[in-house]
Every structure is written in structure tokens, then in C-alpha cells.
Design a protein around this ligand. Structure first.
Ligand code: UDP
Length: 268
């Protein structure tokens, strides 16, 4: 690109630029990894490219089941065009299995299945280290209105059900994840939409057979192989570059037991 674009904001893992039309933003995915409120940082070659692709895939699939999102389209390897929104200053965390700060805080062994999906809220503040808050704080300080909270809860739980199934289908357990929502203003209307990104940077993803971590915990816990893990997620979701050689041979016809039974009268 020849013209310099106006940078609106630089975060830990992304840069936001002014988009080509009013009301649009370009989200640029950096290779920077940070953890523990940015006390630990590293540049990991190729992370941004993978997150851009994985987040595109997930936002498109969520859009496909009727969850409104800020996503418009991916522009290139590192950038996507999104709708400009006013970010609601609340991080929404959905958990299926105890891990990370929740396991620590409540003294639950990491990996314990929770009796139901649990939704937590954190106040988005780097200075304060995103403290855990309740809906009382959100209401009292008017960080989000009651209708917005209803929409956020419904979208968060629907996203959890849908993504749990999507990942389970490729042998990955969705342990927990973080969502951010924004207000999208259009004419006289305002609507709550899913914003930011959903990627292995913002989810915990464990291999169902081996419990291998396929997410940012590889960086947080110095396990190494982060790019390989993100590549594995992308490849299982079927979204690696078409130009890249794919492993495996010819497609194989898979017959379920039920299909087998239904066809049992059939001669081979
Ligand atoms: N998470 C995130 N950004 C944050 C905090 C958490 O994306 O600022 C994600 C994290 O990747 C995990 C989930 O939210 O999938 C729950 O994180 P947790 O509260 O356990 O904190 P962490 O252990 O990540 O510090």
C-alpha cells in the first residue's frame, strides 16, 4: 500500500487502522505474544497470520448461525476489514473445564469438567490487570445496559455451544475462551456485536486424545511449539493455505454404523 493509513490504536497483539470507508476499521494481526499483563513478551513468527485466518473462519461461522459480528472480510495475510464499534469494557469469559486463573482461584484441579458452562466477567483495564467483576459492577458503573447484558449472555452461551461442537468435530476440547463485544451504531440504531478476535490466543484448546495444549498456554507456560500448535488447529479446521501441500492421500468414504445397518440389505 502506498498511502500511509492512520493508526487508531495499537494493542498487545493487534493494530487498528482507519478503514477505507467511514465506519470501517482494518485489524492488523501482529506476531507479538504477551502474557501476565504484558510482563512476559515475545515475537513469534507467523502467529499473526494464523490468528487472522482462524479468527476469520470462526467469525464467519458464527455469522452463519446468526450471531452478529464486526467482521466484514479478510483483506490479506495479516489484515481484516471490520465494522467500527465502541468496545464494551468487559471481557466475557466462558468456561467448560477448569483451567488457568479459575482453577487457581478456586483450588480446582486443572482439567476438571465443570457442572455447566460458567460465564465470568473482567473489567478491561491493563493498569488493573483485568480484574474479575460481577454483573453488579457492570450495572452500577453502567459499563453495559441490561438489554446489552441479555444479548451478551445469549451470544456468549450460543457461541460456546456452537464452537464446542465445531472443535469437538476435529478432536479438540474447547476448555474456555474470552469474548469482547462492541456497540455498532448504524443510522439511529445501536446493536451489540461480537468484536475483537477468537483464536488460539483467546481460547484454551486441548487435543481430545492426548490433552496436548493447542493454544497460548504454550507461550504462557514455556512449552514451545506455539506456531506448530496453531497450525494444527488451522489444519484440523481445514483452513490452511490451499497452496501448502496437505498431508494424507485420497479421500476415504466413511460409513457410520447406522448407515451400515440401514444398508444391510444391500449386496456388496
Ligand atoms: N483470556 C484472554 N485474554 C485475557 C484473559 C483471558 O484471551 O486478557 C482467555 C484465555 O486465553 C483463556 C480464558 O480467557 O482462554 C480464561 O483465561 P483465565 O482467566 O484463566 O486467565 P489466564 O490464565 O489466561 O491469565
Amino acid at each position: 500500500m502506498s498511502r500511509r493509513r492512520r493508526q487508531i490504536y495499537e494493542g498487545k497483539a493487534k493494530i487498528l487502522y482507519e478503514g477505507p470507508e467511514p465506519g470501517t476499521i482494518i485489524q492488523y494481526f501482529k506476531d507479538d505474544a504477551t502474557a501476565f499483563n504484558a510482563q512476559k513478551r515475545e515475537v513469534i513468527d507467523g502467529k499473526g497470520v494464523l490468528n487472522n485466518r482462524i479468527s476469520e473462519f470462526i467469525f464467519e461461522r458464527l455469522g452463519g448461525i446468526g450471531i452478529p459480528t464486526h467482521f466484514i472480510k479478510r483483506l490479506n495475510m495479516r489484515e481484516q476489514l471490520v465494522r467500527q464499534v465502541e468496545i464494551i469494557p468487559v471481557e466475557v469469559i466462558v468456561r467448560n473445564i477448569a483451567a488457568g486463573t479459575m482453577a487457581k482461584r478456586l483450588g480446582i484441579d486443572e482439567g476438571t469438567q465443570l457442572p455447566r458452562a460458567i460465564v465470568e466477567f473482567c473489567y478491561k483495564s491493563d493498569e488493573l490487570g483485568d480484574p474479575l467483576i460481577t454483573e453488579e459492577h457492570i450495572a452500577a458503573f453502567n459499563w453495559a445496559g441490561p438489554q446489552e447484558m441479555d444479548d451478551i449472555m445469549a451470544m456468549a452461551l450460543r457461541t460456546n455451544d456452537f464452537l464446542s461442537g465445531l472443535f469437538a468435530a476435529v478432536g479438540i476440547r474447547l476448555v474456555d475462551f474470552k469474548l469482547e463485544f462492541g456497540r455498532h451504531y448504524e443510522n439511529d440504531m445501536v446493536r451489540t456485536v461480537l468484536a475483537d478476535e477468537v483464536s488460539p490466543d483467546t481460547c484454551r484448546l486441548w487435543d481430545m486424545k492426548t490433552d496436548d495444549k493447542l493454544d497460548k498456554d504454550r507461550f504462557r507456560r514455556d512449552l514451545g511449539g506455539l506456531v506448530e500448535a496453531y497450525q494444527e488447529v488451522a489444519s484440523r479446521l481445514g483452513i490452511l493455505n490451499k497452496s501448502e501441500p496437505q498431508k494424507g492421500g485420497k479421500p476415504v468414504l466413511v460409513k457410520s454404523d447406522r448407515a451400515e445397518a440401514a444398508n444391510s440389505g444391500e449386496k456388496k
